[in-house]
Design a protein around this ligand. Structure first.
Ligand SMILES: [Zn+2]
Length: 261
């Protein structure tokens, strides 16, 4: 068994054309490997048919350094990023020569700041049709049905549009830290204005569940807006659902179930 098997399977499922989460080379995923490193989809790979050789294993520290001290030139940024890639086959993965996804910086930042093991970034059509409208903030802030609260959390983090790569990672870090200060916890779901979504979790199953539920919530929201005024759950109901012992138990069951996936 390869160390990357769980990441490969999760990535293929997210990339399944039937889900309509990504097309062609869209989207990327990552998994924490150990204290110092993580695996991230390599640039140019497609999610639906990826295998372990489609991932680059990367040291965290140099990538986090890019956020703390952004290089002044793109060539310097590329040099630092490429120097962070582990030697070929160090973890039974890449055959070498692969460049990490352009989004390697936000993966490193989120794995570190949110303390999660898996990340799934996709561009679902249902999500983007909401994130490309003036209703994006309401979709992130409000909850409309109980299972959305249970899986996606009481609210999502919405980040303004940023140029993919280091600029987006810097904007995301700024808004993530504000979110943690305001709510006292990390988000399960991050929504990127005019771009896509990110699911954060400790198992592949959690990533798949959050993504599926976020897509369902976006479809419900878009449909509700077509029929009339979309209603929402009151904040006190959202908090009640999130903190209810039986809902916490249900959430744990989702996590236990996803560990077996
Ligand atoms: Zn993207």
């Amino acid at each position: 068994m390869n160390a990357l098997d769980s990441l490969v399977e999760m990535t293929r499922t997210l990339g399944d054309p039937q889900n309509d989460y990504v097309v062609i080379g869209e989207g990327n995923t990552s998994m924490r490997l150990d204290a110092e490193s993580f695996a991230v989809k390599a640039s140019g790979q497609q999610m639906h048919n990826i295998d372990a050789d489609g991932f680059a294993s990367v040291y965290l520290e140099p990538i986090l350094g890019l956020l703390d001290h952004p290089p002044t030139s793109m060539s310097e940024q590329k040099r630092i990023t490429q120097s962070a890639v582990l030697p070929p086959n160090a973890l039974g993965g890449t055959e070498g020569g692969l460049s990490p996804s352009i989004e390697v910086s936000f993966h490193a930042m989120l794995l570190q700041e949110c303390g999660v093991k898996y990340i799934g970034h996709t561009h679902p059509t249902a999500i983007n049709q909401v994130l490309c409208t003036e209703h994006a903030a309401a979709f992130a802030r409000q909850r409309r049905f109980p299972d959305e609260v249970v899986l996606c959390g009481p609210q999502s983090l919405l980040t303004p549009y940023g140029d993919p790569g280091l600029p987006l990672a810097l904007i995301m870090r700024h808004h993530l830290r504000q979110f943690i200060t305001q709510y006292g916890e990390t988000p399960k779901l991050i929504l990127l204005q005019n771009h896509g979504m990110i699911a954060l979790g400790d198992t592949p199953g959690e990533i798949l569940n959050i993504t599926a539920m976020a897509v369902k919530a976006a479809k419900i929201f878009a449909g509700a807006l077509q029929l009339g005024k979309a209603t929402r759950l009151p904040d006190e109901e959202v908090q009640h659902l999130y903190k209810r012992p039986d809902e916490i138990y249900r959430r744990q069951l989702f996590v236990e179930d996803s560990k077996t996936h």
